[in-house]
Design a protein around this ligand. Structure first.
Ligand SMILES: [Zn+2]
Length: 231
């Protein structure tokens, strides 16, 4: 009797988890012209975000999180970043890109004050909605804009361990920070960003970008690769 109750309880917990909804996670800005930039331009730069990931980490990295920092006035990518799994837990794609720009601006002779001011003219693109750490960093920087593709909810649903606090909620609690108010645009080009995150914890999901399944010694099961070398 006790055992069946426990089984029922476990079943209830499992079904709750499967239906968990991240509050305020649906910020679909598809089609909108924001800060005078047409929708096509957002799609173009989200595609560049994925391309920056591929150039840094290959066509189907397990950690498929890429970010770029964009100067829309000059219509150019200023810096790139990705989650390089260095062992430093703070090096997510967004932090990686912020670090790259900080180093670049310092090398250009900009002072810390000038660098801090520069973020307010720049836009950060990330192919997946930022975790609370990175969303906080984006608000501390005071970026002009923050644009993301795949949602935290999507990645939760496909098996990623995530912090279930949406960027919307982080931003809502960040309104008293000094400086710029960062504009947030969500769910940009998800038809191309979602597949990058859908295969890691689901062996039946297709690999992106022409990659294929190979056995994974490191992770057990299989992983996606563009080479037959053991992973
Ligand atoms: Zn993060």
């Amino acid at each position: 009797m006790a055992n069946s109750k426990i089984i029922l309880l476990l079943g209830a917990i499992a079904s709750c988890a499967a239906h968990f909804t991240v509050p305020n996670d649906d910020q679909d800005m598809s089609g909108l012209t924001v800060n005078s930039l047409p929708w096509d331009k957002r799609v173009e730069y989200m595609r560049k975000t994925n391309q920056a990931l591929y150039s840094q980490s290959g066509p189907c990295p397990f950690a498929a999180f890429g970010a770029i920092i964009v100067n829309h006035t000059a219509d150019e990518v200023v810096c790139e970043g990705a989650n390089f799994r260095t062992g430093d837990p703070t090096i997510h794609g967004e932090i990686s890109a912020i670090n790259a720009c900080t180093a670049k601006f310092t090398a250009m002779g900009m002072t810390p004050t000038q660098i801090y001011a520069a973020w307010g003219e720049l836009s950060l693109y990330t192919n997946a909605e930022s975790c609370p750490m990175c969303a906080s960093a984006i608000r501390w920087a005071g970026f002009k804009e923050y644009i993301y593709g795949t949602t935290i909810q999507h990645n939760y649903n496909v098996g990623w361990g995530v912090m279930t606090l949406s960027s919307y909620d982080v931003f809502q609690q960040s309104r008293q920070l000094p400086g710029y108010q960062t504009v947030m645009l969500g769910q940009i080009l998800t038809n191309e960003t979602d597949p990058l995150f859908s295969w890691q914890y689901n062996a039946s999901a297709p690999c992106p970008n022409g990659c294929f399944r190979i056995p994974s010694v490191a992770r057990g099961g299989s992983t996606c690769s563009n080479t037959t070398a053991t992973a």
